[in-house]
Design a protein around this ligand. Structure first.
Ligand code: ASP
Length: 326
């Protein structure tokens, strides 16, 4: 009789964990980031990786950037990885938007992963290249109206948070833009700074330092309430600027390949709970506009329920926009 590989690996890890032969983890853990290095998801992962170590026998958390196709390549890699407790995924809202965008998504979000817990919530900002002849949201809209057909909107591919935010922006403004996809918003930011693209919607974890330094133009925030982070406090909400109801706040969660032993998921969840109480981590996240989640949302079952609700929430809007990829 042939046993499935995933089941055999899971049994082996479970027996090690329960017999106590060796304390898990015995070696470095890989955390896959489905976007380029230096971007907002990567920054959260690297910061988190450092604090997670405390709950993981001080083992190193290695970051592997697998960017492309709006985060779906990295997620697919983890869905197919060995469930041996040494591969995890940090992903954002793209986990919930991809099912509506990809006709042939190579994984099933609710079936191919173990949900470990939520990490944080991050607002988004609408920013522009420094040479853009608009200094506030009102002037930006006039410029967009006057430049229809010539506007380049950067994003991190179909399924990225920047894609979702940009999609809603185009729908709300009724202005079509040429989207320029990157493997993450780190390389997109480089091109925005260089003036190769005009505007982008991106997480505050990436845009706060650039807005604070005056390197990019900050026009608005994507949440219903203005933000209190000093560099972003002056930015109006899109909702208050005529785009009634515009509200995109993205979130990050931790995942393991389906079949990862419960003992391992529980230990990672415990390490995550500890990490999210670390005052330095909380301070660093808040300085970039992010808010770490509180205890109830950290439970794997709550995490899964939330992602399920997000799939329901965003699916219809995305389908209505008629954007698909194979
Ligand atoms: N901010 C990117 C996005 O639009 C992802 C990244 O590069 O971290 O989803």
């Amino acid at each position: 009789m042939k046993f499935p590989y995933k089941l055999l690996t899971a049994l082996a890890v479970a027996s090690v964990a329960t017999l106590g032969h060796a304390a898990y983890p015995e070696k470095a853990i890989t955390l896959v980031v489905p976007f380029a290095a230096g971007g907002p998801t990567d920054k959260v992962a690297r910061d988190l990786g450092e604090v997670l170590r405390k709950g993981l026998n001080n083992q190193t958390v290695l970051i592997e950037n697998v960017g492309g196709a709006g985060g779906t390549l990295g997620a697919a890699k983890v869905a197919k990885a060995s469930p041996d407790g040494y591969t995890f995924l940090l992903h954002h809202i793209g986990m919930a938007t991809a099912p509506a965008l990809y006709r042939r998504l190579p994984y099933k979000v609710l079936e191919d992963f173990e949900f470990v817990g939520m990490v944080n919530e991050v607002p988004m900002t609408l920013i522009g290249r420094p040479s853009l002849p608009a200094n506030n949201y009102g002037e930006l809209v006039k410029w967009l109206e006057a430049n229809k057909g010539k506007i380049n909107l950067a994003n991190a591919g179909l399924g990225a948070a920047s894609h979702l935010c940009g999609l809603l922006l185009q729908q709300s403004l009724k202005i079509d833009m040429t989207t320029v996809p990157y493997k993450g918003t780190a390389p997109a930011m480089t091109d925005l700074l260089g003036g190769q693209v005009d505007i982008m919607c991106d997480q505050t974890t990436n845009t706060t330092p650039q807005i604070a330094a005056g390197k990019v133009k900050g026009f608005a925030v994507s949440t219903l309430k203005p933000l209190s982070t000093p560099a972003l406090a002056g930015l109006p909400t899109l909702d208050s600027q005529g785009l009634k109801g515009f509200n995109v706040s993205i979130w990050h969660g931790l995942y393991a390949p389906k079949g990862t032993p419960k003992a391992v998921v529980d230990q990672m969840n415990a390490a995550l709970r500890m990490a999210l109480k670390d005052p330095e981590f909380i301070k660093r996240q808040e300085a970039l506009g992010a808010v770490v989640v509180t205890d109830a949302r950290l439970a794997p079952a709550e995490h899964k329920k939330f992602v399920e609700a997000e799939i329901e929430k965003w699916g219809p809007a995305i389908k209505a926009a008629g954007q698909y990829a194979d």
